[in-house]
Design a protein around this ligand. Structure first.
Ligand SMILES: Cc1cc2nc3c(=O)[nH]c(=O)nc-3n(C[C@H](O)[C@H](O)[C@H](O)COP(=O)(O)OP(=O)(O)OC[C@H]3O[C@@H](n4cnc5c(N)ncnc54)[C@H](O)[C@@H]3O)c2cc1C
Length: 392
C-alpha cells in the first residue's frame, strides 16, 4: 500500500498551491484530480487571461457566515506575494478596472507555473483518478483513489464548489465534511445571471444584447458596473455581483443613472425641452430601446411639458429605482462560484485544519468563503492553499 505524508484531493488553484508549499517542506505529497488536466478553471477564467487577483483585497469583498475568517490567510499570503511568484516566472500582467489583475498572455502560463513549482518540490500528480472514499485509521486516513488504497497522515480537501458540473465540480468535499461531523452552510450558486418570470421577460427579452452602466442593489449591497440584457433575463458584472447577495423572493433595485440626480435631470428637460417625449429625453442617457421601456412609467403620447409632478416622480423611480423580482438564477450550470460550504466555525483560520479532526484540512471554494467578482476568489484559493501548505 502506498503511503504519503499529504494527499490533496482537487488539482485546482487551491490544491496546486497547497501541494507545492507542502512539497517545499519536504513532505511526500500526492495531488489527485478526476479531470485529465490540472487547473482547468484557471485556464478558462477571465476570458482565457485569468483575473488572478485584485489590488484591493479586503474583508468586505468576501461573503461568509464569519466574514473575518478569511483575513488571516489573505494577509499572510497576499496579492503581492502571488504577484511576486508571477514575476519570478516572467509572467506579465496588467490592471483592468477596479483593481482587477489579468495576465497579458494566456492563463495557461499560471497553470504551467504551478506545475513547474510542484515538479521542483517533488509533488506526485495523478490526473484522471477519482477520490471515492475516505476513512480514519489511527491518526491518519485511508483513501480509495482510482481503485487504489492509499494511506496518508494529512488529508487536504480542495474539491471546489458545485459550479459548472461539467468541469469536474462534485459534492465530494461536502460529503467528507459531513462524514467527519463538520457543519455545512447551505450552498447556493453565486456570481450568476438572474432569470425572470414570463411577464417580466416579455419586457426584457426585446432588449437582449443591450448593455449599460447601472448600480444594482439588494440586501444592503450595491454594485455599480455593467448590466447586460439577455434572452433569459439580466447578466453583466453588476448582476453577477448582486446575485451573491440575492435570495429567492427578494427584489433587486436597478439605478440606470448612477451618481446622477434623476429628478433634476427630468425637471430640466421639462423646462428646456418640453415638446420632446420622455423616451427621447431618456435616450440622451440610455440606449434608445431601454429609454422606451423606462418611459412606459408615464402614459403614452405625452410630452415632457405635459407631465405632472407625480408623473415626473414615477419616471424618476423607473430610472433610479427600477424594482425587479428575479424568479431564480441560471444555477450551477453557469455560476462562477458556490456560496456556502464547509462552515468556517469548524476550521482554524490560520491553518484551515478541522478543529475536531487533526490532519484534515479544507481549502479554496469548498469552504464557506466566497469573493466578489474581480480576482477575489482566486486570491482566496491561493491564500488558503498556501496556509494549509505550511502545516499539512
Ligand atoms: C467560468 C469561470 C470563470 C472564473 N473566473 C474567475 C476569475 O477570473 N477570477 C477569480 O478570482 N475567480 C474566477 N472564477 C472562480 C474560480 O475559478 C474558483 O473560485 C477557483 O477555481 C476555486 O478553486 P478551488 O481550487 O477551490 O476549486 P476548483 O478550481 O473548482 O478545483 C477543484 C478540483 O477538484 C476536483 N475534484 C472534485 N471532486 C473530486 C474527486 N472526488 N476526486 C478527484 N478530484 C475531484 C475537480 O475536478 C477540480 O479540478 C471563475 C469560475 C468560473 C467557473
Amino acid at each position: 500500500m502506498e503511503r504519503f505524508d499529504v494527499v490533496i484531493i482537487g488539482a485546482g488553484a487551491a490544491g496546486m498551491m497547497c501541494a507545492l508549499e507542502a512539497g517545499r517542506r519536504s513532505r511526500r505529497v500526492l495531488l489527485v484530480d478526476h479531470n485529465i488536466s490540472a487547473g482547468d478553471k484557471i485556464r478558462i477564467s477571465g476570458g482565457g487571461r485569468c483575473n488572478f487577483t485584485n489590488m484591493h483585497i479586503e474583508g468586505a469583498a468576501y461573503l461568509s457566515q464569519n466574514p473575518k475568517f478569511a483575513l488571516s490567510a489573505l494577509k499572510r499570503f497576499s496579492q503581492w506575494d502571488f504577484i511576486d511568484r508571477l514575476a519570478a516566472h516572467g509572467i506579465k500582467w496588467h490592471e483592468k478596472t477596479l483593481g482587477q489583475l489579468f495576465c497579458d498572455g494566456s492563463a495557461r502560463r499560471i497553470v504551467d507555473m504551478l506545475l513547474a513549482d510542484m515538479a521542483v518540490a517533488g509533488v506526485v500528480l495523478r490526473l484522471g483518478v477519482k477520490a471515492a472514499s475516505v476513512r480514519r485509521e489511527g491518526d491518519g486516513f485511508m483513501l480509495n483513489v482510482g481503485g487504489n488504497v492509499l494511506r496518508t497522515s494529512s488529508l487536504v480537501v480542495a474539491t471546489g464548489g458545485m459550479s459548472i458540473p461539467k468541469m469536474g465540480a462534485s459534492g465530494f468535499g461536502y460529503d467528507i465534511a459531513r462524514q467527519f461531523g463538520l457543519a455545512l452552510v447551505e450552498t447556493q450558486p453565486g456570481l450568476v445571471p438572474l432569470t425572470f418570470d414570463a411577464a417580466t421577460l416579455a419586457d426584457l427579452k426585446p432588449l437582449a444584447g443591450l448593455s449599460c452602466n447601472a448600480a444594482v442593489s439588494c440586501n444592503g449591497a450595491r454594485f455599480e458596473e455593467g448590466l447586460l440584457f439577455t434572452h433569459r433575463g439580466l447578466s453583466g458584472p453588476s448582476i453577477l455581483q448582486i446575485s451573491s447577495y440575492w435570495r429567492q423572493g427578494d427584489a433587486i433595485s436597478v439605478d440606470l443613472m448612477p451618481g446622477g440626480d434623476g429628478l433634476a435631470f427630468l425637471r430640466a428637460a421639462k423646462q428646456e425641452r418640453g415638446r420632446q417625449s420622455p423616451a427621447r429625453v431618456l435616450a440622451e442617457i440610455l440606449p434608445r430601446r431601454l429609454a422606451q421601456l423606462v418611459a412606459r412609467a408615464v402614459p403614452e403620447g405625452r410630452n415632457m411639458a405635459d407631465l405632472s409632478d407625480a408623473e415626473l416622480a414615477a419616471l424618476t423611480s423607473a430610472l433610479k429605482d427600477w424594482r425587479l423580482i428575479p424568479s431564480g438564477s441560471e444555477g450551477y450550470r453557469t455560476a462562477e462560484v458556490t456560496l456556502g460550504g464547509v462552515s468556517t466555525g469548524d476550521l482554524s483560520s490560520k491553518t484551515m485544519q478541522a478543529r475536531a479532526v487533526p490532519g484534515l484540512y479544507f481549502i479554496g471554494e469548498v469552504v464557506d468563503v466566497t469573493g466578489w467578482l474581480g480576482g477575489y476568489n482566486f486570491q482566496w484559493a491561493w491564500s488558503s492553499g498556501w496556509a494549509a501548505g505550511q502545516v499539512a
